[in-house]
Ligand binder design. Structure first.
Ligand SMILES: [Mg+2]
Length: 322
């Protein structure tokens, strides 16, 4: 037992988070690239299929696949080469895909995985320019919250930095992942999302001041989140594009503005544009906040490879509980 959690608690939390990611992703897949105004006219209310990729209900995408590759790798400990090799296996051989097909991949992720295939070290494979700040590392980072929860904060942030950098090496993407994992860790410790948000802001602010955690030129991009006022913002100020800041803001906003798993993920998907990724990021945190018992059963029944996800979650929980 670590962190006062029993093996059963761990198992429940990992299941809830990983199923949450896949459910949020699968809810959004048919609506990826749909405008918010069209979803306002006919909102997503249930698990559906077809749409953007013409796939059956319950099909999840790259967000979940790469999350599961990371989880699978962490079961044997932290090894950056192993993580990136599994990402490449997904890209080339549809490893940990929902249906044996890779139908959705971000530009930065594709480039980075091609770099790795060409022999570039995973530490240097990801794009480091300002245009390489899509949500491609944020969407797959959540398993690190379980793996690093009992680590010293510095060690945790360093691992998050390295795992983001495989595909997204710009300080903005890295910091977004660091922030997200700090938030998730607090929620895993039992804090409500609003308290976890306030505490994450407080502790990150003091690290920025004491240890120059983030360059002042980058800080401005996180001012909406770090202000602590995200809950006051109107929906019209929340973007749901594939930009990492938009996804992080939208995810926290959705959680602060809803009271159940179902409500949170539907709010995320109905923001439109990058519906599957916003759904996946919200789904993971909402899974932690509400637990898998709150995920509608008929959604789980439709989810691709649900038993494989449960098995993966159990193995990850077991490996962390040791
Ligand atoms: Mg996707």
């Amino acid at each position: 037992m670590i962190n006062n959690k029993t093996a059963g608690d761990w198992n429940h939390q990992v299941q809830s988070a990983l199923l949450g990611v896949a459910i949020g992703d699968a809810l959004g897949v048919p609506f990826e690239f749909r405008s918010r105004s069209s979803l306002l006219e006919s909102p997503v209310r249930d698990m559906t299929g077809y749409g953007t990729y013409d796939l059956p209900p319950g099909t999840w995408s790259d967000d979940s696949s790469l999350t599961f590759c990371l989880a699978e790798s962490l079961i044997s400990g932290f090894d950056l080469n192993d993580i990136s090799n599994r990402f490449v296996q997904w890209y080339r051989r549809a490893y940990w895909s929902a249906d044996g097909d890779v139908f959705d991949i971000g530009i930065a992720t594709r480039k980075a995985l091609q770099n790795i295939e060409a022999g570039v070290s995973p530490a240097l494979a990801g794009g480091a320019d300002e245009m390489s700040n899509g949500n491609g590392s944020l969407m797959r980072i959540l398993p690190l919250a379980f793996f690093t929860i009992d680590m010293d904060r510095k060690d945790r942030m360093e691992i998050v930095r390295q795992v983001s950098s495989i595909t997204h090496r710009h300080p903005r993407s890295i910091f977004a992942c660091i922030y997200f994992i700090e938030l998730a860790v607090r929620m895993l410790r039992g804090m409500r999302v609003d308290d976890a948000y306030a505490e994450t802001n407080g502790s990150i602010q003091s690290l920025i001041e004491r240890e120059s955690l983030l360059d002042p030129s980058e800080l401005i991009h996180f001012s909406g989140i770090l202000s602590g006022d995200l809950w006051k913002r109107g929906i019209e100020t929340i973007s749901s594009s594939g930009y990492v800041i938009d996804t992080l803001e939208a995810a926290i906003w959705c959680l602060l503005h809803t009271q159940s798993f179902e409500e949170a993920v539907l709010k995320a998907v109905n923001l439109g544009e990058d519906s599957d990724t916003t759904g996946a990021v919200v789904g993971g945190l909402a899974g932690i906040a509400y637990g898998e018992d709150e995920i509608p059963q008929h959604w789980l029944k439709q989810l691709a490879r649900v038993e494989d996800i449960r098995d993966l979650s159990s193995r990850l929980a077991q490996s962390i509980g040791k």
